[in-house]
Design a protein around this ligand. Structure first.
Ligand SMILES: [Zn+2]
Length: 485
């Protein structure tokens, strides 16, 4: 009886989950990409961010202003390049967290910060100073609890409050105009031998100092973040650092099935020969993927995680139930992340993320739509003579044996076979319930891969056909690549 009841509850739970997920809105619109959505902010930022006069010495002030303007340019260029996206649902979720922290820490944060969603898949966030911070899609898809996201926000806010970005610019300006730097540079220019070695030494000295400072900065930002969270009544979970420590091993996660099986579901037959590197060379030397389950600390996106964990262990909240991030938010972050990999033509990583979703039992047809896009995208890249770039070779230290196999297959599948796969996927596998813009996107891919005409003017005209009628579809981003010179 107990078992039966449990089964029913489990089914209901799944059903509820599915409903909650189906009810949530669409992915963002094309107009929500930052070059359109944040256009005004981009312009006002340029006006608002004037470099303060800090130094009497002209050279130092000039150097400082250069670095200051570089930061403004970095942000405005990122907005222009669509590195950010405005997704109302995800941002309003983040906003509830930001508001809670700001309300409880009015003295430290008098003005609500501008939070941007960076489309990068890297599990990270960053502060740019001037009350602006960015959270990567990779981090949103990776974190499990609302508290983890809150800590990340509080940590980045702390960098801004403690003026870390400004301090870093000041230190660099002072160093580049210091007598010590100038005299060591002059000595190098005068010397006839070993210029490069000497030059390296000068920079090493600086970066060592810098990384030491950075460590203090991280530690200070962690401490202030914990204080702010406490005031906001948000629990802090130090084990977040341990999870961050393994953030780089996403692609090291093995697949549950042999590679062929995922593709046979789409009537695509993968030959064994494509999975083995054919040529003998440096890159084919035998490599044992099992040897490197741990990535060296220096290669990690987040070094010192263990240290940060032990430093903050005592500040951790006890007996707390952490709040799960809503499945709809994580699902959206994951999809946006996958689309971004696609638009950057990072096709192996994109496909691997899709296969990992399949392993979770995800039956959402959107991922099938994307499988077709990746395979047709690969063939399109081949026609463009840029297949190698689209495969996006990732160093072995970061990937699993299965990832390596997929990468090898993407490199080696013959182009006639790819063409055949495109036909199979685009002609035979028409999804009965596919959305209007998804169907139109596949028609675009059909034209780009299977039309005999591969001239630029043809590509532009088929892209225009997609844009007319799908102006607000996020997939228009791909089509717009063809109307740029
Ligand atoms: Zn930090």
């Amino acid at each position: 009886m107990l078992l039966c009841k449990r089964l029913i509850t489990a089914t209901l739970f799944l059903f509820y989950f599915h409903c909650a997920y189906a009810q949530t809105g669409e992915l963002y619109r094309y107009q929500d990409l930052s070059h359109l959505y944040y256009q005004k902010q981009q312009d006002s930022l340029k006006k608002a961010w004037t470099c303060p006069a800090l130094y009497k010495q002209k050279a130092t002030q000039k150097q400082y202003k250069e670095l200051w303007d570089d930061r403004t340019d970095f942000l405005t260029k990122s907005i222009k390049d669509d590195d950010y996206v405005y997704d109302r649902e995800v941002l309003s979720y983040i906003d509830t967290i930001v508001s809670q922290i700001v309300r409880a820490n009015k003295q430290l944060i008098p003005v609500k910060p501008l939070v941007l969603i960076d489309r990068s898949a890297a599990v990270n966030a960053y502060a740019v100073g001037g009350n602006i911070l960015a959270i990567n899609l990779g981090l949103l898809a990776f974190t499990r609890s609302r508290e983890d996201i809150a800590f990340t926000i509080a940590h980045e806010l702390s960098h801004n409050i403690l003026l870390h970005p400004e301090t870093a610019m000041k230190q660099r300006a002072e160093w580049l105009t210091s007598d010590e730097y100038k005299s060591s540079m002059n000595a190098i220019l005068d010397s006839k031998y070993e210029r490069l070695t000497r030059l390296k030494k000068v920079f090493e000295g600086y970066s060592f100092n810098r990384s030491r400072h950075q460590r203090y900065h991280e530690s200070d930002a962690d401490s202030l973040a914990i204080v702010m969270l406490k005031k906001s009544n948000i629990a802090f979970d130090p084990t977040f650092f341990l999870r961050l420590d393994s953030a780089d091993i996403q692609y090291k996660q093995p697949l549950k099935q042999p590679l062929q099986q995922y593709f046979s579901a789409y009537n695509i037959a993968i030959e064994n020969a494509w999975l083995q590197k054919r040529s003998k060379g440096l890159s084919t030397r035998v490599y044992n993927f099992k040897d490197t389950t741990h990535i060296q600390d220096s290669l990690k996106t987040h070094p010192d995680c263990i240290e940060r964990y032990s430093k903050t262990l005592n500040a951790g909240s006890t007996n707390t139930n952490f709040t799960q991030v809503p499945a709809s938010i994580q699902e959206k972050a994951r999809k946006m992340e996958i689309w971004n990999m696609y638009i950057n033509m990072n096709l192996t990583a994109c496909m691997y993320m899709i296969l990992l979703e399949k392993d979770k039992g995800n039956k959402d047809p959107w991922y099938d739509f994307m499988v077709t896009n990746v395979i047709t995208g690969l063939y399109y890249a081949d026609r463009e003579l840029s297949r190698f770039n689209a495969v996006g070779v990732t160093p072995k230290e970061y990937i699993s044996k299965d990832y390596y196999q997929l990468q090898t297959m993407f490199e080696q599948v013959p182009r006639e076979k790819l063409e055949q796969f495109c036909k199979t996927l685009l002609d035979n596998n028409q999804r009965a319930n596919s959305k209007k813009d998804e169907a139109a996107f596949h028609r675009l891919m059909h034209a780009l891969t299977l039309d005999a005409d591969f001239s630029d003017s043809h590509k532009t005209s088929v892209a225009k056909v997609f844009i007319n009628g799908n102006e607000s579809s996020l997939y228009a981003e791909f089509a717009h690549k063809f109307d740029k010179p």
